[in-house]
Design a protein around this ligand. Structure first.
Ligand code: ASP
Ligand code: MG
Length: 433
């Protein structure tokens, strides 16, 4: 990223004068009244002496509508024109917010991706940011105290000059990349929840908001489907060490002390987390399906014969369990795929039957994956064993297990999801007092 001058200090939450990126999602800019509320949040930080770049999403529902118009226009359409259409949502919000800010006597101007520019790859619909030029923004912070209102989600292809978009939820990534480019002290993600929780509060009433979470942990949570942030934005935050602060946009702007520590969750380097828990959060997903391939020959090349065709069909395989053969001849192989791909995955395996040479195909869609995450697992033994005992005590059968350095997941019957998640939440001391 193309850094601007002046690296601010890193420690204090909000030093006397800081450079901030403030990102507002679709529900926070859903109508002009809410955009006014956003402007008051921005004005508060500007009045406190901070240099501010705002990144906005399209108004809630807009991108969905634009996407469906493209589909209506032609089921198979040119991805470059899709980007031209869907990038427009953010352009509207950026302009509106700049208008409202000007009306409140805050210097502001809107920026589209191509104007800065935000250079991307040419993967239309899922482009990656390659470079952002933040120099002009920084110059304007200094010379005119001007707020930059940047359209999220969009960029421009570095060679063709065509408009690109970053994939759904991409304005989170725009915001973090922008923060890296202008060396912001922090990237504030204002959203409709007030932070990252130890688990989904709708399932675990005792879930509590985390004050801090490490990048690696948040990456696992986001990959497991926590909707707070686009996965890519967390990756970028980790690579560029951009502190990301998830906070609510519905708090009254004037009630917040711009130099204090407001409610929210800071996603940061693990070094910054003093009181590290062994387990940080429990995630779960019911969108899983299990497929078991029975009596496959136990010889080299069988896994390739199964997972090769699945990969070619673009089916993401998650957990994989293979037994050691008892008779030296055949074994069973179990894996999970997203529930939406279940039928396609079964078809794919059935078509490859001759090459694989299995006896029977079994499957289940009424399964759920429960995952326990925490960087403390690196240095503590027996964390997972405790969970297996607790689940067994509740009569919950485990169908498959996978582990990594900072996470383990179990596949169970979907009917037991809530019980399992609550049990583990209590087991690892995450219940709020
Ligand atoms: N408006 C885009 C979407 O709905 C990008 C975003 O909101 O982050 O996916
Ligand atoms: Mg979002």
């Amino acid at each position: 990223m193309n850094a601007g001058p002046g690296v601010p200090p890193r420690r204090a939450f909000s030093p006397a004068m800081a450079r901030l990126v403030m990102k507002f999602g679709g529900t926070s800019v859903a109508d002009v009244e809410r955009i006014r509320n956003v402007a008051r949040h921005v004005k508060r930080e500007v009045d406190a002496g901070h240099e501010v770049a705002v990144v906005v999403s399209a108004m809630a529902g807009t991108t969905n509508e634009l996407v469906s118009w493209c589909r209506d226009a032609a089921a198979l359409h040119d991805a470059r024109e899709y980007d031209a259409v869907v990038a427009s949502g953010e352009q509207v919000t950026a302009g509106l917010l700049a208008i409202v800010l000007e009306g409140m006597s805050v210097n502001a101007r809107s920026w589209q991706g191509w104007q800065l520019p935000i250079l991307t790859s040419n993967a239309h619909g899922a482009a990656r940011i390659l470079d952002i030029n933040g120099q002009e923004l920084v110059k304007r912070f200094k010379e005119r105290k001007e707020v930059a209102v940047v359209a999220g989600f969009q960029g421009v292809h570095k060679d063709t000059g065509r408009v690109t978009t970053l994939g759904r939820g991409g304005s989170d990534t725009s915001a973090v990349a922008m923060a890296a480019a202008i060396r912001a002290e922090r990237c504030d993600i204002y959203t409709d929840v007030d932070g990252v929780y130890t688990s989904d509060p709708r399932v675990v009433p005792r879930a509590h908001r985390l004050d801090k979470i490490a990048f690696e942990e948040m990456l696992e949570l986001a990959s497991l489907g926590a909707k707070v942030l686009q996965v890519r934005s967390v990756e970028l935050g980790m690579v560029h060490n951009v502190r990301i602060f998830v906070r609510s946009s519905f708090d009254k702007p004037e009630d917040i002390d711009p130099h204090g520590t407001p409610p929210g969750t800071l996603i940061c380097d693990e070094e910054e987390i003093v009181e590290q828990q062994v387990v940080t959060g429990i995630a779960f997903s019911k969108d899983e399906a299990q497929i078991s391939v029975r009596h496959v020959p136990d010889k080299p090349g069988v896994a390739a014969a199964i997972f090769g065709p699945l990969a070619e069909s673009n089916i993401n395989v998650d957990m994989i369990v293979q037994n050691v053969s008892a008779d030296g001849a055949t074994t069973d192989l179990t894996f999970t795929v997203p529930a939406a791909d279940y039928d396609r995955a079964r078809d794919t395996i059935a078509k490859a039957k001759v090459g694989i040479g299995y006896a029977r195909l079994d499957g289940a869609t009424d399964v759920a994956k429960v995952s326990v995450i925490g960087i403390g697992m690196r240095s503590h033994a027996g964390v997972a064993a405790k969970a297996f005992r607790a689940l067994a005590d509740r009569g919950i059968n485990i169908r498959a297990i996978t582990t990594s350095e900072i996470k383990f997941s179990v596949l169970i019957d979907a009917a037991f999801t809530e019980l399992a998640v609550r049990t583990l939440h209590t087991l690892y001391g995450l219940d709020k007092a």
